[in-house]
Design a protein around this ligand. Sequence first.
Ligand SMILES: NC(=O)c1ccc[n+]([C@@H]2O[C@H](COP(=O)([O-])OP(=O)(O)OC[C@H]3O[C@@H](n4cnc5c(N)ncnc54)[C@H](OP(=O)(O)O)[C@@H]3O)[C@@H](O)[C@H]2O)c1
Length: 203
Amino acid sequence: VSKYTRYAIIGTGNVGSALAVLFAHAGIDVSIANTRGPETIRPLADTLGRAVRPATVQEALKSDVIIMAIGFGAVAQFGSLLPDWHDKIVVDTSNAHWTPGWEQMVNGRPSAQYTAEQVPGARVVKSFNQLPANVLASRVDPAVGKRVVFVSSDSPDASQEIAALVTELGFSAVELGRTDEGGLLIQTPNALVLRQFIELPFR
Ligand SMILES: NC(=O)c1ccc[n+]([C@@H]2O[C@H](COP(=O)([O-])OP(=O)(O)OC[C@H]3O[C@@H](n4cnc5c(N)ncnc54)[C@H](OP(=O)(O)O)[C@@H]3O)[C@@H](O)[C@H]2O)c1
């Protein structure tokens, strides 16, 4: 993870808050925003220390890597927040499956490809969607191993970059390749969703 990369989390619900905890524990600076403004995030940030900085959505959007921790139904509106997403990596944590009308929205494509259409120019990486947020944030005894978090993207570079972030956050990152190949395994309700994997220590 480059110290020059700026990270943001947009969304402060279950997933956004869990990720904020993980960034704080790893000591990686991140700004975090929701629709209601930075002051609503201060109580959370105050419990997490200096790494987690409440921001407006517009401030958060200046980051290089934007973790989108919002409902799938809000992705189109999210996409309209910037006219041009070039040079951004958008991490898609959403699960389309529970959104009314999702099948018409994705129209047979991987949901991450729908997301990519909403943020034209961005490199989209699907990750952090396959486990409940409280499980994602819960500690695994290092003697037992490291929790696996899967990563998928149509951009090999972006996949690698987010796999490095996932590793820095304390996980075992497993890259699944393209969103229409290995990535389909982490699209709800497919095989790797709601299944916990642990990488065992090498002895
Ligand atoms: N819950 C889980 O355990 C879990 C696990 C894996 C994946 N997921 C997926 O992760 C996503 C988030 O789930 P969640 O449970 O964290 O949702 P949530 O608790 O409902 O939180 C959603 C957050 O998104 C923010 N938001 C919505 N639209 C926005 C917009 N246009 N711009 C900026 N912020 C916006 C909301 O802002 P306000 O606070 O201002 O309303 C809220 O903070 C969903 O797609 C879900 O399918 C959830």
